[in-house]
Design a protein around this ligand. Structure first.
Ligand code: CP
Ligand code: NVA
Length: 321
């Protein structure tokens, strides 16, 4: 019987131990870019974009090539998906030609539908709801700077700003999975979906972590080992630009806010960043910022994730170690 197919559609698609396994693999890829080459052949990996990207596009393209594979990068305007071909039919076609499907799109329902019809792993490269690849890289960055993968459990992380967006949701679920103490702060009207908060609380309890959702930025930042923020205007929300600045000013990550975190707390931002809005230049370009390591870690974390998913599918323990 074939191994059950695994996907990464949201951060809690992996257990605590599985997340650790992926992050340990990520560390191995950090040390040796050619640690494993599961796509040697080369096999193709479809990398689809319905939204713009710099980091995700470059890290998946380079990452697939370094895994011995061929990245088949397709933009919305360049595929029939953009003209309304059903997701299910796209999945049926791509699954015959590729080893993995990576997709950045709008609704989470779209990646779920892709996964329902694909017979290869599907990876969410950002939806309106989640950005799990980013958070794997972010946790790898904490591990890199603060004592390795095995010291992630128990760390305090805080996310400030648009707490109703994909990054906030992913920190909640991934942080809970890691057994961290996760705090998320934003203004009323921009807080996470209660269903996701409930899921995160259940997972956190199981892993000895905790979840705090608050409108008080200083309560969230208190004693945090790492502070995160993100743009106040996510992709697809450009028409709300004028209304989306005002509510967030109290959540700007500046020197005063950082002084409430633990001494020498790290600062991370998934990027692209808007200096003078969600973060000041003094913080993102300052000594506590690790945003360039974070961006590089997209490459290592995603290579680890692709290798792990393929290892599971092939039941190849060598690929998982
Ligand atoms: N952080 C991130 O996903 O960046 P891109 O939008 O450039 O891919
Ligand atoms: N929340 C942002 C993340 C960008 C990587 C967006 O969805 O645009």
């Amino acid at each position: 019987m074939a191994a059950p197919l695994r996907h990464m559609l949201r951060d809690d698609d992996v257990s605590h131990d599985e997340q650790l396994q992926i992050l340990r693999l990520g560390m191995k890829f950090r040390e040796n870019r050619f640690h494993a080459r599961p796509f040697e052949g080369p096999q193709a990996v479809a990398v689809l974009f319905d939204k713009p990207s710099t980091r995700t596009r470059s890290s998946f393209s380079v990452g697939v090539a370094e895994l011995g594979g061929y990245p088949l990068v397709i933009d919305k305007g360049g595929s029939q998906l953009g003209r309304g071909e059903p997701v299910a039919d796209t999945a049926r076609v791509l699954t015959r030609m590729t080893s993995t499907i990576v997709w950045r799109t709008f609704g989470q329902d779209r990646v779920e539908e892709m996964a329902r019809y694909a017979t290869v792993p599907v990876i969410n490269a950002l939806t309106d709801e989640f950005h799990p690849c980013q958070v794997l890289a972010d946790f790898l960055t904490i591990a890199q700077h603060r004592g390795g993968v095995d010291s992630l459990a128990g760390k305090r992380i805080a996310y400030l700003g648009d707490a109703g967006n994909n990054m906030a949701n992913s920190y909640l679920l991934a942080g809970a999975t890691a057994g961290m103490h996760v705090a998320v702060a934003g203004p009323y009207g921009y807080l996470p979906d209660p269903a996701i908060v409930d899921d995160a609380k259940t997972i956190a309890k199981h892993n000895n972590g905790s979840v705090l959702v608050t409108t008080d930025p200083f309560e969230a930042a208190k004693d945090a080992d790492c502070i995160f923020t993100d743009t106040w205007v996510s992709m697809g929300e450009e028409s709300e630009y004028a209304t989306r600045s005002k509510p967030f000013w109290d959540y700007q990550v500046n020197d005063e806010l950082m002084s409430h975190a633990a001494p020498n707390a790290l600062f991370q931002h998934c990027l692209p960043a808007y200096r003078g809005k969600e973060v000041t230049g003094s913080v993102i370009d300052g000594p506590q910022s690790v945003v360039w390591d974070e961006a590089e870690n997209r490459l290592h974390a995603q290579k680890a994730l692709m290798t792990w998913l393929i290892g599971k599918q092939r039941e190849d323990d060598d690929l998982l170690a």
